[in-house]
Design a protein around this ligand. Structure first.
Ligand SMILES: [Zn+2]
Length: 74
């Protein structure tokens, strides 16, 4: 009887792990398909999607505040 419980626990763990890995894999492929062009914030070097970035000339920023902070640093 104890062996059955161990098998059940093992099976459960196996299902949890494979489910977790499958979810992770799906997230990865989703991020690849939705990842368009990545740009780097000139101020903090954070990588962001180009469509979410704020462009100022040839420079990109992750937020309006970093755009202003970089301008003030000059
Ligand atoms: Zn930034």
């Amino acid at each position: 009887m104890r062996i059955l419980i161990l098998i059940a626990i093992g099976l459960l763990l196996y299902l949890i792990i494979t489910n977790f890995l499958r979810k992770q894999k799906r997230q990865q492929s989703e991020s690849i398909s939705s990842a368009e062009k990545m740009v780097r914030c000139k101020y903090c070097s954070l990588h962001i999607l180009e469509q979410e970035a704020i462009q100022e000339g040839s420079n990109f920023y992750c937020s309006q505040s970093h755009l202003e902070a970089d301008k003030q640093a000059k």
